[in-house]
Design a protein around this ligand. Structure first.
Ligand SMILES: CC(C)(COP(=O)(O)OP(=O)(O)OC[C@H]1O[C@@H](n2cnc3c(N)ncnc32)[C@H](O)[C@@H]1OP(=O)(O)O)[C@@H](O)C(=O)NCCC(=O)NCCS
Length: 211
């Protein structure tokens, strides 16, 4: 995996997080327990901070960045992502806030200072314009996004399922890299062949702090 410091900031990644070898995490980034960062995704906290909570998945090819301090945006703007969030494949999150239990559909773009309240689903390929606030408990789709309808019970349940599903998948990938040694029931013998020996991991600068 590539986890790099930028100036005085080193990514702080919980020891239970899966970061794929091909993902890139730079600078002022914190990632919480049981989260996962999938192939080819980029999380670049160079000019502001990025915070990602627990059990959140950042799926393949996602790009997460921030906005710098300038007269156009005094203080700059971080990207803040809560717990149990599913960030779909090729999503772009730019200097925005995503609260807990959201699903950001594949290929969507969430722009500066947008706020996605908790338990929102955004349909694939949507665009959330700068500063827009999406109300909790609704489905939004389109470019620009429009509120479609309240999420039903099954869809609300799916938001929790999705986070747990990726938490489990993270564990299986960690097991393949040798980074996670399962104990108890999870270590019960299986008919599958044993995982390969641990691979060496390349690091380009200071090792990440893993909490
Ligand atoms: C939006 C979504 C959640 C559910 O759609 P749905 O169950 O079909 O919802 P509805 O049937 O209520 O559809 C509402 C309307 O939005 C349309 N719609 C559905 N998905 C859409 C999308 N991504 N973009 C634009 N419109 C969409 C439907 O065609 C329907 O339009 P209509 O009323 O004119 O017929 C689903 O289509 C989707 O995009 N899921 C994202 C999945 C994903 O990216 N997961 C992350 C990777 S794990």
């Amino acid at each position: 995996m590539s986890i790099r410091s930028f100036e005085q900031h080193t990514p702080h990644i919980h020891s239970t997080v899966y970061v794929d070898d091909t993902a890139l995490v730079i600078g002022d980034v914190e990632i919480g327990e049981d989260s996962s960062v999938w192939p080819m995704s980029v999380i670049r906290g160079d000019i502001q901070r990025i915070r990602i909570g627990a059990r959140t998945s950042i799926q393949d090819g996602a790009v997460i960045h921030v906005t710098h301090d300038s007269r156009f945006c005094p203080g700059g703007q971080p990207t803040l992502i809560g717990n149990d969030v599913t960030v779909g494949h090729k999503v772009i999150l730019h200097a925005c806030t995503i609260e807990d239990y959201c699903l950001i559909g594949m290929g969507s773009i969430v722009m500066d200072k947008a706020v996605v309240r908790s338990r929102v689903t955004i349909g694939a390929g949507s665009v959330v314009p700068p500063g827009k606030v999406l109300e909790s408990g609704f489905l939004y789709v389109g470019s620009p996004v429009k509120q479609v309808r309240p999420l039903n019970e099954r869809e609300l349940e799916f938001l929790e399922y999705s986070a747990q599903n990726y938490r489990r998948l993270r564990e299986r990938h960690l097991q393949m890299t040798g980074a996670l040694i399962l104990t108890g029931d999870a270590a019960a013998p299986s008919s599958e062949p044993p995982p390969p020996a641990p691979r060496s991991r390349k690091r380009r600068s200071a090792p990440p702090k893993r909490g």
